[in-house]
Design a binder for this molecule. Sequence first.
Ligand SMILES: Nc1ncnc2c1ncn2[C@@H]1O[C@H](COP(=O)(O)OP(=O)(O)OP(=O)(O)O)[C@@H](O)[C@H]1O
Length: 254
Amino acid sequence: MFLETKQLTKQFGGLVAVNQVDFSIEKGKINAIIGPNGAGKSTFFNLISGTHSPSSGQVLYNDKDITKLPPNKIAELGVARTFQTTNLFEQSTVIDNVIVGHRLRTNSTLFDAILRTKRYKREEQRCRDKAMEVLEFVGLTQVADQLAGSITQEEKKRVAFALALATDPEVVFLDEPAAGINPEETEGLAELMNKMAARGITVCLIEHKMKMIMKLADHIMVLNYGEKIAEGTAEEIMSNQAVIEAYLGGDASA
Ligand SMILES: Nc1ncnc2c1ncn2[C@@H]1O[C@H](COP(=O)(O)OP(=O)(O)OP(=O)(O)O)[C@@H](O)[C@H]1O
């Protein structure tokens, strides 16, 4: 099994934000998690990426139990994520922001950095090359040397993708990648996600834009009050009575 959760649960005091969720992420596909505000989607991501530790249950990745690992170890294993808001260093260039992403694949120490050893210079060059490669992939080479504070909202969304891709991931978790951008830009990001999947990178995203999800996702899970209420293809989800009642408010074409 590629990546799966077993009875994954997170309680915040008396509130059960994620409640005994069993979910398998399909390798090489576009997986999506949908559900109303407060359904537990971001918490579910946080449990997989190690930002929160679960109250109970397990996360298995390539048959290895990663439930108790810290976020940096999980990222090293090939699991990347983006956040709803990407905090870039606005006074640094786009490429300098992205270079950081590949550092988890390097071995230089503080000592190497201070003395600017050969290893440090070699690895810095590798990080820079990787940053350019992923900026090209997301279509941002033209703004590589601009300050991150000066680029558009849509370009910032693409930088978030680039940051995740710079870690050389096997799977990326994207938390509302298309929030706050217009329909045309949303279409562009959907294309980018298809391109990632075509490259063999597994995608899992949280999104509120239903039309986009129904067109894009191969495999969808619906959360409601922390519980999985449905799972399947877009067609199956759109015709699922529990989903229509709980989430779509009776209008599956919303
Ligand atoms: N750190 C926390 N401490 C206490 N409660 C939390 C914490 N994080 C989330 N919650 C609560 O857990 C529930 C699930 O929140 P979560 O952010 O995971 O939902 P979501 O489905 O991602 O919502 P949205 O679509 O609005 O982003 C909510 O009731 C939220 O208030």
